[in-house]
Design a protein around this ligand. Sequence first.
Ligand code: ACO
Length: 311
Amino acid sequence: DEDRLLAGFDATIARNDRIEPRDWMPEGYRKTLVRQVAQHAHSEIIGMQPEGNWLTRAPSLRRKAILLAKVQDEAGHGLYLYSACETLGVSRAELTEMLIEGRQKYSSIFNYPTLSYADVGTIGWLVDGAAICNQVPLCRTSFGPYGRAMIRICKEESFHQRQGYELLMTMMRGTDEQRAMVQESVDRFWWPALMMFGPPDAESPNTAQSMAWGIKRNTNDDLRQRFVDMTVPQAEALGVTLPDPDLVWNEDRGHHDFGEPDWEEFMAVVKGNGPCNAQRIAHRRRAHEDGAWVREAATAFAARSRIAGAQ
Ligand code: ACO
């Protein structure tokens, strides 16, 4: 009796209540969540690569310990999100296959290279800052397991953001050369960070339906604006210039006006033609293949334990 089930689902959404895995849900809702949560999980896992690039070259033991902890947190985030996604009826093995075969996406931002150590700080400040802006509202998403995963992830992301800002602050107190490194890094990451929020609302095919279902709580442009407003005073405190000549406070709107990201570049990166797309997927595929023996051994061990347990 699908009408009755749909009415129950709609009433839960209207009450701002959670949908849980055992509840009936429309197929489109399930598909949209699998798409978004999987994309989110893949982003966390692929996101380990650009920063992992600096683990062996961190300038001190303290910086190395911080960076290691951060990259491990990202792995943890990927795992909670894969678990949330599995409650929708798709296995982690299938999700990994879809990632390495290019059938599911991950965030555009991780297709840019980390060329200097300052990028570790900039990623913490801008990329994790953008992630927090996007993810805090997702703590109230309508699907229970996704919202609950987001709570812990957001706490850890705010630690990541602070470590990035503190790193950049330290470099800004250093030499002219270090200050120039920070500015150069911010120049490269500013526009890609704005693109993380997705295409403009008018060109976002999924936003309207995802908002109606309570999966998304804000539009892409709203969150992008929130991020710009939050970041401008932080840039001032840091002493860096954001590379946008159109960035100016608009008294009437009570928000900053800002320039348009290069949406052609965004589309190219999303379609697989960014600077590091091929490298990121090749690395993920190699890690997956190299780990095959671990999965086989664990499966054999689990099967043997089951037999032993049954005797
Ligand atoms: N990178 C790659 N693809 C993107 C990006 C991006 N920055 N933004 C949008 N897209 C894709 C969408 O996935 C969609 O493609 P699909 O239909 O094939 O999946 C297409 O572009 C059109 O975009 P929208 O209709 O706006 O898509 P959606 O409603 O899903 O909104 C958004 C995109 C805002 C990224 C949303 O999915 C979201 O909030 N996801 C959760 C957050 C997340 O994934 N964060 C990962 C990066 S942060 C981090 O890991 C540190």
